[in-house]
Design a protein. Sequence first.
Length: 215
Amino acid sequence: MVAFSVVALLCSGPSTSAAVLAGPRAAPSTQNSRQIFDAAVADFSAGRLEASAAGFDRVAELLPDSAPQLWQRGIALYYVGRYEDCRTQFESHRTVNPDDVENAAWHFLCVARLESPERAREALLPVGPDGRAPMTEIYEMFRGELDPAAVLAAAGDRPRAQFYAHLYIGLYAEALGRDEAARQSITAAAAERYAVVGGYMHMVARVHRDSFDGR
């Protein structure tokens, strides 16, 4: 996923949750958005998912022209069960980041919850070239053309690729109702050894893993 950018507000992408101002004279609305964004990220990390979603909603309201870039909002919406809004966010994000496999995967997850995995596969967003390993194989898995073992094999011994393989295998398994397989893969993705390479998405894996205890 591309970095979230709201005018002078920059985030260095899904590999980090940090947000920094591009210059010392940012407009007050941008400064306020930055504060709300950072609070929404912190709320998500702490498992305060409703508060996180509300914060991301507020950022989108304050800076609507930049709302399509706010993929973090889409993920928060997924976890609070707002699947129609989640779907719309990822469809919007495709207009600014059309090549991203992760965006298509999260759109699938939202539609699978809202309707069914079969309908989600029919509605799977097209993507362009995403050169990160093993994104091509992850996309083929969501299309129903590749099994999870092949995704793991494509990841090889590269930690970042292994992290993404475990994460999306787990999310896909859960969408299909394979709860035990989902738990195993999400738990693997949430392992501390992947914290640096996973960045923001490792936080997502950790929050998801922790949610298993409340089910």
